[in-house]
Design a binder for this molecule. Structure first.
Ligand SMILES: C[S@@+](CC[C@H](N)C(=O)[O-])C[C@H]1O[C@@H](n2cnc3c(N)ncnc32)[C@H](O)[C@@H]1O
Length: 272
């Protein structure tokens, strides 16, 4: 098994409300129509602590069973030890977890699936992993909702001449090699889309936006710091420039003058 990349639970918690506001409800409701009446089984890939389940369960029919797949069992434990979300009829869903690496995902791991989901996942996977999950989904033949893959586009307001250099360096960092795994970064969603289209599936994409601003200064600060840190890790020659850039952006943030749009894409795929 590959060495896992730890995701901070604080970061997942901090972004959960923004993720919930950004994901496409239109695609979620179309997924709900396509799964038909319950009982249903939803497999959520790279589930982390279960943010996708908490958002989507109330839009889907019951009775519902969620199977949370992640290579980090300490995250899925958090999703299963709290209060279960409710389905659209108000009944609690049942939840179980499956620990494993997505590169090894087989159709049999999606046992009984009515719907397969993932959120904030495709950009942190490799080509082999995206092929494994898309091929498993195609073999199972049920709708797939893949939310919130980053596209690499970021729009800071006010603009600054340095924005572009940090954006392109961050995007290069997203494509880095980690323990022998080459991550796809902003190409993840396009590659998944291509695999489904080649299998003659329908794919509906929707742009989904994080709108960060003074309504949630902590998230804006954490996102911006992480974005610049990654850019500097990729290009250490940006370090000196980053100092002045951070000072400017911190001052704007403190005055409530900074906002950022971080573009993502959601995909709904289903067989013809
Ligand atoms: C950015 S987090 C998103 C978590 C969750 N879907 C959410 O929206 O809060 C990506 C998740 O995918 C899991 N993950 C990443 N690569 C994986 C892999 N190759 N196999 C299994 N899980 C993986 C991580 O442990 C993490 O929980």
């Amino acid at each position: 098994m590959s060495e896992i990349i730890e995701v901070s639970t604080d970061w997942l918690a901090l972004r959960e409300a923004e993720d919930a506001g950004a994901r496409s409800r239109e695609l979620a409701l179309e997924a709900a129509r396509r799964v038909g009446p319950g009982p249903i089984v939803v497999h959520d890939l790279g589930s982390g602590t279960g943010s996708m389940m908490r958002w989507l369960a109330p839009m889907l029919p019951g009775p519902q069973t969620w199977v949370l797949h992640d290579w980090n069992p300490s995250l899925t434990e958090r999703a299963t030890d709290g209060i279960a979300p409710r389905d659209r009829d108000g009944h609690p869903v049942s939840v179980r977890s499956h620990s494993g690496e997505l590169a090894q995902l087989r159709p049999g791991d999606l046992d009984g699936a009515s719907l397969v989901t993932a959120s904030a996942l495709l950009d942190v996977l490799t080509s082999k992993e995206v092929h494994a999950i898309a091929n498993a989904c195609i073999a199972v033949g049920r709708p797939v909702l893949l939310s919130l893959s980053v596209t690499g586009e970021v729009y800071l307001d006010p603009r600054d001449a340095r924005d572009e250099a940090f954006e392109s360096s961050f995007n290069a960092h997203q494509r880095r090699l980690v323990n022998g795994r080459r991550l796809l970064g902003r190409h993840g969603a396009a590659i998944a889309r291509g695999i489904f289209l080649r299998a003659r599936w329908n794919v509906r994409p929707v742009d989904t936006l994080w709108r960060l601003g003074h309504h949630d200064p902590l998230l804006l600060r954490e996102w911006f710091d992480g974005w610049v840190d990654a850019a500097v890790e990729e290009r250490p020659d940006l370090r000196a420039e980053a100092r002045a850039y951070r000072e400017l952006r911190s001052a704007q943030l403190r005055r409530g003058e900074l906002s950022a749009v971080v573009v993502h894409t959601d995909l709904l795929a289903w067989p013809r």
